[in-house]
Design a protein around this ligand. Structure first.
Ligand SMILES: CC(C)(COP(=O)(O)OP(=O)(O)OC[C@H]1O[C@@H](n2cnc3c(N)ncnc32)[C@H](O)[C@@H]1OP(=O)(O)O)[C@@H](O)C(=O)NCCC(=O)NCCS
Length: 156
């Protein structure tokens, strides 16, 4: 497996880099030689997280990812039943997770989603659409149930 890391990641002290490698599985697109992970300062990544690089995953400063979270900026196409799905290519885009976010255990973030600064995602949620800043979102698919602070949630 080839891995591609940002300069900032490479500048981390050895022991911090090794800690990430021990606890988190990071997969890059070795075929197209693309993909990167840009992980901010003081980010916590729980054990068993799986970050697929592909078009890139960016995580802002002070964000907390609990255990067994999957971030997957790629999805296979399957429109043509006469071609094996594995040969049909896929959709891919960069996923951005803001700063000071909290993702509960077993959250899955799909290629079509981003998470705004300060948002909280309940454990077990599947995030398929962009989550606005300072939201609390839960469920499958994840829906905003309230905002952190006084502003009301946006219309569904
Ligand atoms: C989302 C969470 C942060 C709670 O947020 P909250 O704003 O206090 O939400 P509440 O507990 O008041 O629940 C509000 C509603 O969301 C529902 N809800 C809460 N968490 C949910 C979840 N993970 N999935 C689906 N629904 C959830 C509640 O049942 C409730 O529904 P109701 O209004 O129909 O009764 C919390 O439930 C959670 O998932 N925390 C993550 C825990 C975790 O992973 N810990 C690991 C630490 S490293």
């Amino acid at each position: 497996m080839n891995t591609y890391f940002t300069e900032a990641f490479q500048r981390l002290p050895n022991e911090e880099r090794e800690a990430y490698h021990r606890t988190v599985f990071m997969q890059m697109d070795t075929e197209n030689k693309t993909g990167y992970l840009d992980i901010g300062a003081r980010v916590y990544l729980g054990t068993g997280c799986c970050l697929h690089g592909h078009q890139g995953v960016e995580i802002g400063d002070d964000t907390l990812l609990a255990q067994n979270i999957t971030i997957t900026p790629f999805s296979h196409k399957f429109d043509d039943p006469s071609i094996p799905i594995i040969k049909q290519g896929g959709h891919s885009r960069k996923i951005t997770i803001g700063r000071d976010c909290y993702l509960g255990k077993c959250v899955c973030v799909l290629w079509s989603a981003d998470i705004g600064d300060g948002s909280v995602i309940g454990s077990g949620s599947v995030v398929v659409k962009p989550i606005p800043t300072y939201s609390v979102a839960v469920g499958v698919p994840a829906r905003v149930i309230r905002h952190r602070g006084k502003s009301p949630p946006p219309p569904a």
